[in-house]
Write a protein that binds this ligand. Structure first.
Ligand SMILES: [Zn+2]
Length: 104
């Protein structure tokens, strides 16, 4: 599956749902708004991607949306695990933590 970004018809590599090898450019790309790759991490285990790692950008309409995953966390049930991680976070952040999530 590929997805086109904008109206230029340009297909960006990370939107094709396929595994990609981390390039030097990826390491300084402001993924998720973090300058110089600050947030270029596996969303499941927290691994900080390094040159030559394999990562995949996953489209998800569950949990808090799309996410990146490392090669060792990836798998058929990766979206289920992402949604479960989010549920775990929400369950642990109710009550006295309401101010930080504003979602209780
Ligand atoms: Zn991972």
């Amino acid at each position: 599956m590929t997805q086109q970004i904008g109206d230029g018809g340009e297909v960006m590599g990370f939107t094709d749902q396929q595994p990609h090898t981390v390039t030097a450019k990826d390491l300084v790309t402001p993924w998720g708004g973090g300058k110089n790759g600050k947030y270029f991490r596996c969303y499941l285990c927290g691994h900080k991607f390094k040159l030559g790692d394999v990562f995949r950008w996953v489209f998800s309409n569950r949990g808090p949306g799309n996410f990146m995953v490392c090669e060792s966390c990836d798998g058929e049930d990766v979206i289920d695990r992402w949604a479960a991680l989010y549920e775990e976070f929400k369950a642990s952040s109710t009550g006295r933590f309401w101010r930080f999530t504003r979602d209780d």
